[in-house]
Structures are given as C-alpha cells and as structure tokens.
Design a protein around this ligand. Structure first.
Ligand SMILES: NC(=O)c1ccc[n+]([C@@H]2O[C@H](COP(=O)([O-])OP(=O)(O)OC[C@H]3O[C@@H](n4cnc5c(N)ncnc54)[C@H](OP(=O)(O)O)[C@@H]3O)[C@@H](O)[C@H]2O)c1
Length: 317
C-alpha cells in the first residue's frame, strides 16, 4: 500500500462490484445471460470553486462509456467553508472517490484518512480514493505529466529546466525527483516562491536543483535535455502569451513540454516545433492524470485516446 494512513473514520463500506454493461469493452457477460436490473450508479466527482469550466467530466465519462461502466462523474461547486461537509457527504454516499481542484487541494487533507507518497511530499491532493472504509489522498498531476514525458524521454539522469513554482510545478518537480532526474533548474518570476520550491525539491525529493530568478529573457543552457512550462502563461483566454525565453536556445534534441491544456497548441508548443524539438502538450498530462485516477477508482485501464478526443471536441486542435 502506497499510503500512510491516519485514523479510520466512518463505517466499513465495501466497493460495489464493477458492473460492465453488456457489449461494452471489458464485459464478461455472455450475450444470452440475462442482466439483473440495477439502477444504482457508482459515483465520483470533482469538488472545486469555481468549477463550472472544468472539463474533466466529459473526459472521464467518455472513458467510463468505453469501459462499459455505468458510473457518473459529477462536477460539484463546493465553497471552502463547506469542504468538510462535502467530504462527509461523499463518504456517506459511498463515492468511489473524487478529484479536488482550486481551492481545495491543500485544505482537503485534514478531512482524509491518509496520503499517498507523492501527495505527502507535495502537501497537496488532487485525487481522493476510497480504499475499504478510508479516503486516501493521492496526487496524479505530476504522475500524469511523468507518464507523458516517459513516453518520449525518461527523466532519469537528465538535465531539466522548469518555468514556474506554483502547484503544477511542485507536482511535476516532485515526480522528476522521484524518477531520478540529474539536475533541475527552477526559473520563476517571484523569487521567494521559486527559492522555496527549489529548497523543498532538494530536501524532500532528493533533487540536485538550482533557482534562477526570471527577470530577463531566459537562455536555456546547452546540454539541457528537457524544458517544461509549468506556469499558467498561454492559458485561455490569453492564448498568444509567450514565455520570456530565447527561442533560439531550444535545440532540436530537446523535449519541450507544456502543462497548459487549453489551448493544446500554445505559443511555446508552436515555437518548440519550429525549432525541431520533441513536443508534449498539456492535454497529455490532463488525460494521463485522468487515466491514473480512473485506475485508482475502478481498477481498470481507461483508453487515453477516447479521453483526448473528448477534450479535443471541447478545446479544438
Ligand atoms: N495539464 C494538466 O493536467 C494540468 C494540471 C494542473 C495544472 N495545469 C496548468 O498549470 C498551470 C499552473 O497551475 P498552478 O496550479 O501551478 O498555478 P499557480 O499555483 O497559480 O502558479 C502559477 C505559476 O505561473 C507563474 N506565472 C503566471 N503568470 C506569469 C507571468 N505572466 N510571467 C511569469 N510567470 C507567471 C507564476 O509565477 P509567480 O510565482 O512569479 O507568480 C507561478 O509560478 C495552470 O494554467 C493550469 O491550467 C495543468
């Protein structure tokens, strides 16, 4: 078990069996077998505020349909003052788990029974999983990013530059440390925040790390293998915003990854493509963290293509 577990709360509740619909992928039903009717769905959710524009529900429900699961993913606006009651409600109603987004990723921790390793190192939870009668907090953001990166270049023993020092940067940085990166340069506008992240990653994720204040155009050092945008620069509606970066310092041997999912083709992605770099867009991270969450909740492997297609229907290419 990856989680360190504090005191259990609530009564024991067994997870209801997965109920593939006849004909669905993963179904073990014979065509002649009669299905006993049940109208009770399994529930998962995202809690956030504001949350209305969060596109996780169409992405995850597309995966559920492909898996033949009669599950529902609810997008629920929860005020910070009501977070504890919302978690109690999720327990009472037997949710298989739920995602947490802004502003609940840290505040949810006291309401849980334990944390997985990454969530504990980051001090932030984006995915809660019911295991037996316990609610365990995990963090899948960095794991989703890592999965995308590893499909191009494993970060072990690599030299990496990362822009940003917020929640996404922390999640990515911790996973890079756990994956054995050789060196990480954190570049951030706010010096205090950047230094704090660099110190945390060195102390807790075992990374060799330095911090560079971002007060002029940044030149990616020769010999860098991976460049990551973990800031919010380029996010809709400011889609033409550009990182203050010397594009000419991007070499064709580098992998350039952006965490921005909307739009997928950020300026950085386009600039890196024009330099011949291998490029990873923010949709991959979003889809992968969803695949990992679905695995935690259902035990099944979701189809990332179905999930990406659902997002592309919303965001466009
Ligand atoms: N694809 C995915 O699955 C996924 C998952 C999580 C997050 N994200 C994306 O990650 C982005 C960051 O999220 P977060 O939670 O880390 O936000 P955050 O905690 O608010 O951090 C934002 C970061 O962006 C930097 N920044 C913002 N505007 C800037 C500017 N004009 N110039 C320089 N630096 C700037 C901030 O620098 P300062 O410290 O100097 O303010 C900070 O480092 C969001 O856009 C979100 O969409 C994607």
């Amino acid at each position: 078990m990856t989680a360190s577990v504090a005191g259990a709360r609530g009564g024991r509740r067994e997870r209801a069996p997965l109920r593939p619909q006849a004909g669905g992928k993963g179904s073990d039903m014979q065509p002649t077998e009669k299905k006993s009717p049940t109208f009770k769905q399994e529930l998962v959710a995202v809690f956030g505020k504001p949350v209305a524009e969060n596109p996780t529900q169409p992405m995850v429900e597309a995966a559920f349909r492909r898996l033949g699961l009669d599950w529902r993913y609810l997008t629920v606006e929860v005020d910070p003052a009501d977070l504890g009651e919302a978690v109690r409600g999720a327990r009472a109603m037997g949710f298989a788990g739920f995602n947490c987004t802004i502003p609940h990723k840290v505040a949810v921790i006291p309401h849980l029974d334990g944390l997985g390793k990454s969530a504990e190192l980051m001090g932030a939870v984006n995915c809660v999983v019911r295991r037996g009668d316990q609610l365990i907090g995990e963090n899948t953001d960095g794991k989703g990013f890592l999965k995308a990166l590893e499909s191009r270049l494993a970060p072990a023993r690599k030299r990496i530059v990362m822009f940003g020092a917020g929640g996404a940067a922390r999640a990515v940085g911790v996973e890079l440390g756990l994956a054995g990166a050789a060196h990480l340069t954190v570049v951030n506008r706010d010096e205090r925040r950047g230094k704090e992240l660099a110190e945390l990653l060195a102390a807790r994720a075992g990374l060799s790390v330095d911090f560079v204040p971002w007060n002029r155009s940044f030149r990616v050092p020769e010999g860098s293998d991976i460049v990551i945008n973990a800031t919010s620069i380029g996010l809709f509606p400011d889609t033409e915003a550009r990182l203050d970066l010397e594009i000419g310092s991007l070499g064709s041997g580098m992998v350039v990854a952006d965490v921005i999912p909307n739009p997928p083709k950020t300026r950085l992605v386009r600039d890196a493509e024009s330099r011949g770099c291998t490029v990873i867009d923010g949709l991959e991270m979003l889809v992968n963290q969803g695949v990992i969450g679905i695995k935690y909740w259902t035990g099944l492997d979701a189809d990332p293509k179905v999930m990406r297609d659902a997002l592309l229907d919303i965001f466009g290419d």
